[in-house]
Design a protein around this ligand. Sequence first.
Ligand code: PMT
Length: 404
Amino acid sequence: MTLARKNILLGVTGGVAAYKSAILVRHLLDETANVQVVFTPSAHEFITATTLQALSGRPVRDDLWDRQAEAAMGHIELARWADLVVVAPATAHFMACLAQGLAPNLLTTLCLATDAPIVLAPAMNQAMWRAPATQRNAAILAGDGRRLIGPDEGDQACGDTGPGRMVEPEELLCAVRQILAPPCMKGLKVLVTAGPTQEALDPVRYLSNQSSGKQGYAIAQAAAAAGAQTTLISGPCHLPAPTNVERIQVVSAQDMHDAVLSRAADQALVVGVAAVADYRPAQQAEQKIKKGAQGAAQIPLEPNQDIIAAVAALPTPPIVVGFAAETERPLQQARAKRQRKGIDAIVVNDVANPRIGFNSNHNAATLIWEGGEVELPYQSKESLAAALIQHLTERFFAQETSRG
Ligand code: PMT
């Protein structure tokens, strides 16, 4: 358990998203962390202390002047107890107090008194989030080293649409893990493929797909952040190269195959996120095909080689993880695909869902390996990438990295 025995102080302020903090408590306890919930006075308007007390197994603290509670663990002791403070939801008012160093209640006082890292999950109406004062406060807090996660964009409880929704508890859990138990891939070589491939038909036309590269780039970034020496083999897309990642740009599936296979043997991990064309035009015309030319309405195709299956078939293969983009019966299809390709694990995403998958900023997936599966719920592609790297490190590299 990555968060075992870590002390997490969960601050809840007065916002509709307070119900999500109850789910976060459950996730933290599942990882056997110790959770102490602290309410601001207005948090009581949105969720009951009884609920969070029952979930966390500890009385909720909400009063700086409660002599009985202070006698058990005073607010300074509580501030020292915390390995991490998470404030979710964090209202505009709470952010303003913290940015200015004001301490009108127990939670703000604890935040001033603690040396622990502080994570904030802003949640408010979109106009309040966009207000210049809130943006100023957010910048001050980020400058002070507070980590702001979100907000997300979308429909709001007040009927507005825009930025201001609190991120999902799973995204916060991922941030907590990143801070308290960062995955370690130091000394490992990781290769990631990303983006689409383009299969030329003639000098101006090609067959391709809608992959933006976002998910693959995020995974390369997360691997590099975990200390891996990371190579990204990227099909054509419009994203900047991630920091500390060697990027090699390719166009066709054949180019990607050659770039991957020439480097695969000395990698510890290969993650195939690219949407590689299964077929290419059997012939590439040297000149632009004219409208009405004989045979112009037919495109004979021939298959491309399967890149990750070829890597898995090497004499001493790295750990190979594929992605499966499915539109029906995703889990069954992906389990079969993993076995067919002979790979160690597969991450399946349902690309029929318009909120996730191709070209969106979010994703939801299931990681499947021999004998186990874990859900990676709806979250940003960056957050899902970090969660995936965490799982792969724990599952396949825990011993190697702990030796180093
Ligand atoms: O790029 P984004 O816009 O962020 O979107 C992300 C994504 C939806 C593209 C990504 O999450 C995803 O699902 N990638 C896999 C897409 C795909 O081609 O899936 P597939 O089920 O057709 O292929 C299965 C696996 O085999 C993949 O790992 C693929 O890289 C690999 N493959 C496929 C064909 C081939 N010739 N060689 C391969 O290695």
